[in-house]
Design a protein around this ligand. Structure first.
Ligand code: GLN
Length: 201
């Protein structure tokens, strides 16, 4: 069975484990390098990217994760996880650091302080069955993408319409929103399929 880890340092780990299991994966929390070694794919959950960044160093996971990403490990980052996968972060803390991830610039807490959270439909390239009911919680948006990054979705409605909120670059996937909170498993299935394809290749 496809083994997918959820980085379990901080954030909504349990919800991702449940959604991945529902999507047919053997889902496990990952806190230690040895646990990372055992997975075919990794989810970085939403939470607080500055805290996750600190804990990644404390738990000595930075180098192992960067190495696995360089070797093609499929990784899906949601919200804070998207920030951890961004090559460049605007409005971040000066000491927060992400992985060697997607060639994109994201802006933290981008939708504005008044609008902490909102929900909006988002159509995703490669995900059938109609727009996703996307939940945004102090979410980042993608301000720029570099070569090789495919834009999968934009938010048309909401506080600052037409922003990029879902991207993919090779085996790396990121969304500004939280599919693990709505019971719609399509995005987790999409990621499980990415991991299966990568493992088969
Ligand atoms: N604002 C958070 C951060 O900067 C992300 C919020 C979330 O993951 N729901 O990390």
């Amino acid at each position: 069975m496809t083994v997918i880890g959820v980085l379990a340092l901080q954030g909504d780990v349990r919800e991702h484990v449940a959604a991945l299991a529902g999507a047919g994966a053997d889902a496990r929390p990952v806190r230690r390098p040895a646990e990372l070694d055992a997975v075919d794919g990794l989810v970085i959950p939403g939470g607080e990217s500055t805290t996750i960044s600190k804990l990644v160093d404390i738990f000595e996971l930075r180098e192992p994760i960067d190495k696995r990403i360089a070797a093609g490990l499929p990784v899906y980052g949601s919200c804070a996880g998207m920030i951890m996968l961004a090559a460049e972060v605007l409005d971040g803390r000066s000491d927060q650091r992400g992985f060697d991830g997607i060639a994109m610039t994201v802006r933290r807490n981008a939708f504005g302080r008044q609008v902490d959270s909102f929900e909006a439909p988002v159509a995703l390239t490669g995900v059938d069955g109609g727009p996703f009911h996307a939940v945004f919680i102090r979410a980042p948006w993608v301000e720029r993408v570099g070569d090789g990054v495919e834009v999968l979705g934009r938010v048309a409605e909401g506080p600052a319409g037409d922003r990029i909120v879902a991207v993919r670059q090779g085996n790396l996937l990121a969304t500004s929103f939280h599919p693990e909170l709505t019971g719609d498993l399509r995005l987790h299935r999409y990621f499980v399929e990415m991991v299966r394809t990568a493992s088969a290749g």
